[in-house]
Design a protein around this ligand. Structure first.
Ligand SMILES: [Zn+2]
Length: 114
């Protein structure tokens, strides 16, 4: 999913119609989901059908040196950090980076069932 830059309402409808046709017997896993996809997961119930997010990107910022990076996270690594993002050291200065969003809101897809 890494190449998805944006998705409009028509795209969301088409996507939902398509994903609903996929048999539940088919394992569905989504990797490298960028923020536009995660935002939809958080807003639209059942956006990924019966699938789940294996890994996703989050925009991380460093308040110390203003560095910004798109960091890839494994969904499983959040589970082992109590449902939060694992620590992300800044590649420039080494300090802890923070998500450029409201973390609890951005990660709400982790708590929603398929
Ligand atoms: Zn920094």
């Amino acid at each position: 999913m890494a190449e998805v830059r944006r998705i409009n309402s028509f795209g969301v409808r088409s996507w939902l119609e398509t994903i609903a046709k996929i048999s539940r017997e088919v394992a569905l896993e989504f990797v490298e989901c960028p923020p536009p996809i995660i935002d939809q997961c958080n807003m639209v119930r059942g956006f990924l059908g019966h699938g789940s997010v294996v890994s996703f990107y989050a925009m991380m910022v460093c308040e110390a040196c203003d560095e910004e990076i798109d960091q890839l996270f494994a969904t499983a690594s959040c589970a082992t950090h109590g449902g939060a993002l694992p620590p992300t050291p800044c590649p420039r200065c080494g300090r802890a980076m923070e998500i450029d969003d409201i973390e609890e809101q951005y990660l709400s897809f982790l708590r929603a069932g398929p």
